[in-house]
Design a protein around this ligand. Structure first.
Ligand code: SF4
Length: 444
């Protein structure tokens, strides 16, 4: 969502005459878009702001701003803490970015804009399309009505609001007309898209599926309680709906799930997994897991390991619990799991979770998979994209002309995080072993 918001800010400014300057030292405006989901990401923002101080000293006209959830959470405090910061604004102010930046540049006044949208179940936010990438994110809703006790999101992004289906479809059509082949719908709790209106996510998926030229549809993030049977059955029926789903379980212990206020039990979670596999046996499932939530015992932790073993995820994102001021869990004083125990549990869980994920990827060596090529990697050694099952695939013999194409790729190497292989329609030139780069090839 933050990548999408950053692109949106960038596109808004570019449509008004700004251009992207890769070297911060030469920029007139530096905006840092931020995440406050964990304490560490907030610390990183402060450290980056410290690094920017010499640039501001050299060029006092430069405007430095902090956007997003840290801006929303800290507001004026951040401005007071960082004297060389000009602008602080939250996620709901992103559409005002041009006015905010212009005002800071013209009047030289430091400003805070953390005003959140008023009440209501809908909002409109047509995409600012500056360029369309082969695979695009599209925010369709914002905020969250769940108050998981560890989570800062409802405080910094507000209550749930959805964009109308007609507006979202219009964006998708515009993106497709400019070359987008895959769209990922974004929402904090996307299964309840349309809540309080006659529209819902299943309808949006059906109608998006009918758009000609679009090849792939995905959505994140799902909540195990709100993932309904209407959404589950679509995985077995709709060709363009990619067979992959991110379904965080956070803890395998019912006691901890209750303390997290996740509103489901481990059995209910596993039942959703069973239904998903029944609807779409090839579905690739990924998850989020928190270790060391206040009060988590070794037995609770073992329950999380059991779920990992039982489901067979294709990817798992594992985190140590990070206390966030203002949340309910922040007040669970005296029940903190010691940092050393969290570290040990995280390491243990990572070993247990990642071994089968790697084995699963290695088992794909020799198979073929369609890959939508999105970009070249930073070292220019391969082109990269994703399989329908959301695996990152590096293609060793592709060229510029392949960007935006779906290539049939034979997998020849694999590790826990990605696959590598060759596009079957071109000679096996390996970019990694070439002095110069091979001529771009693409017959797709
Ligand atoms: S459902 Fe997700 S975004 Fe909403 S409060 Fe829970 S963890 Fe946060």
């Amino acid at each position: 969502m933050n990548v999408y918001d950053s692109d949106r800010m960038s596109a808004s400014l570019q449509t008004k005459g700004y251009r992207v300057e890769p070297n911060p030292a030469n920029a007139d405006v530096i905006l840092i878009n931020t995440c406050s989901i964990r304490a560490k990401s907030e610390q990183k923002v402060l450290s980056l702001l410290g690094q920017l101080r010499p640039l501001k000293k050299k060029n006092p006209e430069m405007v430095i701003g902090v956007a997003g959830c840290v801006g929303q959470r800290m507001g004026r405090t951040l401005l007071q803490r960082v004297p060389h910061l000009d602008l602080v604004f939250g996620p709901d102010s992103i559409d005002r970015v041009f006015d905010l930046v212009e005002s800071a540049r013209r009047h030289g006044k430091r400003a805070v804009d953390t005003q959140m949208d008023g009440p209501g179940r809908t909002y409109t936010q047509p995409a600012v399309i500056h360029e369309a990438k082969p695979a695009e994110f599209l925010t369709i809703m914002k905020g969250c009505d769940h108050f998981c006790t560890y989570c800062i999101v409802p405080f910094v992004r507000g209550r749930e609001k959805s964009r109308p289906i007609a507006e979202v479809l219009d964006d998708v059509r515009k993106l497709v007309a400019r070359g987008t082949r895959e769209v990922t719908f974004l929402g904090q709790n996307i299964n309840t898209y349309g809540k309080g209106t006659p529209e819902n996510l299943a309808q949006l998926i059906e109608q998006t599926h009918a758009i000609e030229g679009l090849e792939r549809i995905r959505y994140v993030t799902s909540h195990p309680r709100d993932l309904g049977t209407d959404l589950i059955e679509q995985f077995g029926r709709l060709e363009k709906l990619c067979p992959s789903l991110h379904l965080p379980f956070q803890s395998g212990s019912d006691r901890i799930l209750k303390r997290m206020s996740r509103l489901y039990t481990r059995e209910q979670y596993l039942e959703k997994i069973r239904l998903l596999k029944q609807a779409c046996p090839e579905i690739a499932l990924s998850t989020d897991i928190i270790v060391g939530f206040p009060g988590e015992t070794e037995e609770d932790f073992q329950s999380s390991i059991d779920v990992v073993r039982e489901v067979g995820f294709t990817m798992a994102y594992m985190f140590k619990y990070s206390p966030r001021p203002g949340t309910r869990a922040f007040a669970y004083e005296g029940e903190e799991v010691p940092e050393s125990v969290k570290d040990e549990r995280l390491a243990r869980l990572q070993d247990i979770a990642m071994a089968p994920i790697e084995a699963g990827n290695v088992a794909l060596i020799g198979t073929k998979t369609p890959v939508l090529i999105e970009s070249m990697d930073k070292k220019a050694l391969y082109y990269s994209g994703r399989s329908p099952h959301n695996r990152r695939v590096h293609v060793l013999n592709a060229g510029d002309a392949c960007i935006g194409k779906i290539l049939e790729v034979e997998v020849t190497e694999a590790n826990a995080s990605n696959l590598r292989g060759y596009y079957v329609g071109a000679p096996r030139l390996d970019r990694r072993s070439q002095e110069g780069l091979p001529a771009p090839v693409c017959h797709a």
